[in-house]
Design a protein around this ligand. Sequence first.
Ligand SMILES: Cc1ncc(COP(=O)(O)O)c(C=O)c1O
Length: 419
Amino acid sequence: MIQKKHYRFNTQVIHAAQSSEDWQGATLPPIFQTASHLHTTAENLSQTFAGKKTDHIYMRLTNPTNRILEEKLTALEGGLGAVVMSSGMAAITNACMALLRAGDEFVTGNSLFMSTYLLFINVFKKYDITARLVESTDIEAIEKAINTKTRFVYLETIGNPKMDIPDLSRVAEIAHKHGIPLLVDSTLSTPYLCRPLDLGADVVIHSTTKYLSGHGNAVGGVVIDGGNFKWSEERFPDFQPYIERKRPLAFLDKVWREHHINFGTTQAPMHSYLTALGLDTLALRMERHMGNTLSVARYLRERPEVCWVNYPGFEDHPSHGIARKLFEDKGFGGMLTFGLKDQTACFRFIDSLRLIYHLANLGDCKTLAIHPYSSQYVSFDDAIRESLSITPDMIRLSVGIEAVEDICDDLGQAIDSLG
Ligand SMILES: Cc1ncc(COP(=O)(O)O)c(C=O)c1O
């Protein structure tokens, strides 16, 4: 494998973990579409099962195409190792489950993607696990919620769809002060905008379905281990066998060995290939996504029919300052929310769109709109919707990379249709 660590991000994103020697000269990762791998001797297979050799055995465990994507994403996030999985939710579930036992607690920002919220509150409850929800940007509340049962702190870099941005460096300091790791879902920021491990986080998770693959053609997730966290015997007695086996990658080994391979959350190699292909243009796409989003946000703010626009790119947004610090002035993400008069206006607006796609996804190169209150969150109680900032008047827009004039024209004609 050729490691080109000295290159800048925009070069790394294309060239990291490229290996023309092993790929017989191919410039894209070969797709190893095979359930199992041959072993020439019984001794070799035994050693591989025992973890003494890193050969491939069976696709549910590892796959060469998946490993290429794992190496690329590890390099881009500045981590020590990664496991790709069948979806972002698989990555979140496995990472959390590796840390949690019945009776445990964890602290999480309340700005969460819908399925993450349901997993944390409804599913984990069945296993006597308590998620302590606090305001994602309230550092004091995060610290106050930590107790002796807390196993980790969990945050999204940019809350979906609240668009709030927690100060990861400060939260990492607090988590470490209490001897627990910080896990970060960095789906909306991508390593182009920020690398949570550099800011002190211990584990990074992505839904690769979004910006990393970028074309709405693959579903996937990844857990990336920074390898720096010290798992104390007192707080993490269950980690000790994994430390003995894999030392700095104890967490990743636990995620993989205890959950990923037994839950069967395997990434299909075709999806890893598509994600690796999409990654080549990540930097270029993010630049355009974010430039377009800022222009669209400004355009919407000028329209009197639009009651409010929520985008951290505005100087008066509560997360603007922290976004500038964490994202080093590279931008503010490619998603925004805005308000129309009411749900009826939102429905009429969506039904009038001609260019913009109406569907449940984000981070695609096409512009996408959705009314979260009546779709992803339709079965949620009103009080919970309110706490997650899901209001009946809200449209969520994932701004694509089309000509921004065409995006604004389409938004404009749909707004005009409100009469
Ligand atoms: C922030 C965030 N995390 C995780 C997920 C889940 O990803 P997936 O759909 O790949 O399971 C999503 C999906 O929208 C998301 O927006």
